[in-house]
Design a protein around this ligand. Structure first.
Ligand SMILES: Cc1cc2nc3c(=O)[nH]c(=O)nc-3n(C[C@H](O)[C@H](O)[C@H](O)COP(=O)(O)OP(=O)(O)OC[C@H]3O[C@@H](n4cnc5c(N)ncnc54)[C@H](O)[C@@H]3O)c2cc1C
Length: 403
């Protein structure tokens, strides 16, 4: 389908082969819509990012037989908790309340690159979709009938024309920049330090879930289990600089603060990252439509960024299918109307609330919050309502009701 250096036509160009771009590609293949995915990297990135898949995302992927393969590579999480590490007091959120609302009433703990690998393997035999690796998009022009995407590959400048372009090229989206848009919002002051260890915390901390957000004296951390290791989110203490906090001795001290042991911890990977709460002013300009991190970024607390992006991809490809089958192009604005407010109110705002709760340092406030959460969880109606929202089912239903 693609001739390097030549002019070709396809119905859709997808920029970026992350979880969002590849989910969109899978959908378009299913609809029989021709698409080319342009990915700047030579091989799919495998850096440790999202690790939580929420129930509706698994329901969506199940339509393509992808969920079971992913579940086999991950860890089922039937409950998650907010915990005071010093007192052992906890609020446990039970996902079995979701039975009957989803085919997957649990969170799946699994690295996002595993989804990308599965999707790439599926698409290797696609009839309508082609993935072009090492293809960096540098320019996008559009007119009334088509969009022209210019990319660099193997030192050559190549051009491809399409009816529509999905910009799924991540938080630093080149395409969004070319549209003249920036993500609006804020960046939080703290830097999170992700430390991966194979230490079995579950054998030392009583009643741990596979996902735990923890308060500790003067600080906070989270422990998220993956199949073979724990991923610990740590934060600089007091006046500690980022460089000092990244020092192995500082990480060791923080891990010893979680479970003290004689042996040093084996830390397999360390990764610092900043957290943002930002959204694009619009999701569509003519034939170019943003999805995933290109459109919105949020605190990973609650694990909603990638999930929301995959939900964008499913919603948008539905609309593109209809428009390419003859429906009015204005239908593409319904994608923005449905997905942007949900990202703003359900994803960014909820992630912001989750982050603030865990950043609370005042002991009395923490105690009051814990009592409030425990009271809420003791009421089945409120408990179910909470997990319907935190599992992103509510947001999707609200989006579907927007016309
Ligand atoms: C530490 C951390 C933990 C997280 N945890 C969670 C979680 O548990 N759950 C959750 O839902 N989310 C989580 N997230 C967020 C999640 O990782 C992102 O939301 C997700 O990666 C977004 O997917 P995407 O496909 O939109 O973008 P990306 O994954 O960033 O993919 C974009 C792709 O586009 C390519 N690209 C960029 N520019 C170009 C160009 N010019 N031309 C061609 N290709 C280009 C990139 O190489 C990349 O492959 C986490 C993020 C971090 C950093």
């Amino acid at each position: 389908m693609v001739q390097v250096g030549g002019q070709i036509d396809t119905q859709v160009v997808i920029v970026g082969a992350g979880p969002v771009g590849l989910s969109a590609a899978l959908r378009l293949e299913g609809f029989g819509i021709s698409a080319v995915v342009l990915e700047q990297e030579q091989v799919l990135p495998e850096d440790l990012r999202a690790s939580t898949f929420h129930p509706p995302t698994l329901d969506m992927l199940a339509q393509y037989g992808v969920a079971d393969e992913l579940i086999a590579q991950g860890l089922r999480c039937d409950h998650w908790q907010i915990r005071n590490h010093d007192t052992g007091d906890k609020a446990v959120f039970d996902l079995s309340y979701l039975v009957g609302e989803t085919d997957h009433p649990f969170r799946l703990q699994c690295e996002q690159f595993r989804l990308c690998r599965i999707l790439e393997a599926r698409l290797a035999y696609a009839r309508h979709v082609q993935i072009c690796m090492g293809a960096q998009v540098v320019r996008v022009d559009q007119n009334d009938t088509s969009a022209r995407v210019v990319y660099e590959q193997d030192g050559q400048e190549c051009t491809i024309t399409a009816k529509y372009v999905i910009a799924a090229d991540g938080a630093r989206s080149t395409v969004r920049g070319l549209l003249g848009w920036e993500l609006e919002g804020k960046t939080y002051p703290e830097t999170t330090i992700l430390a991966i260890t194979d230490f079995p915390f579950e054998e030392h901390l009583e009643g741990l879930s596979n996902v735990n957000y923890c308060w500790t004296e003067g600080g906070t951390f989270s422990l998220l289990k993956l199949k073979d290791f724990w991923r610990c989110s740590l934060y600089p203490r007091g006046e500690e600089s980022i460089d000092d906090a990244l020092d192995p001795a500082s990480i060791e001290a923080k891990l010893q603060g979680i479970v003290a042991r004689e042996e040093p911890y084996k830390v397999l990977e360390i990764r610092p990252y900043r957290v943002h709460m930002r959204i694009a002013p619009d999701y569509r300009k003519g034939r170019v439509i943003l999805a995933g991190d290109a459109a919105h970024i949020n605190s990973p607390s609650g694990g909603m960024g990638m999930n929301g992006g995959v939900h964008d991809a499913f919603n948008l490809t539905d609309k593109l299918h209809q428009v390419l089958s003859g429906a009015d192009e204005g239908l593409l604005d319904l994608y923005t109307r449905q997905r942007r407010p949900i990202a703003e109110r359900e994803i960014l705002a909820q992630a912001d609330k989750n982050r603030s709760r865990m950043q609370e340092r005042d002991g009395e406030r923490r105690k009051a919050m814990m009592v409030e959460m425990q009271a809420m969880l003791s009421d089945p109606v409120q408990h179910k309502a909470y997990v319907m929202r935190s599992s992103m089912i509510d947001g999707l239903r609200k989006a579907a009701s927007i016309t």
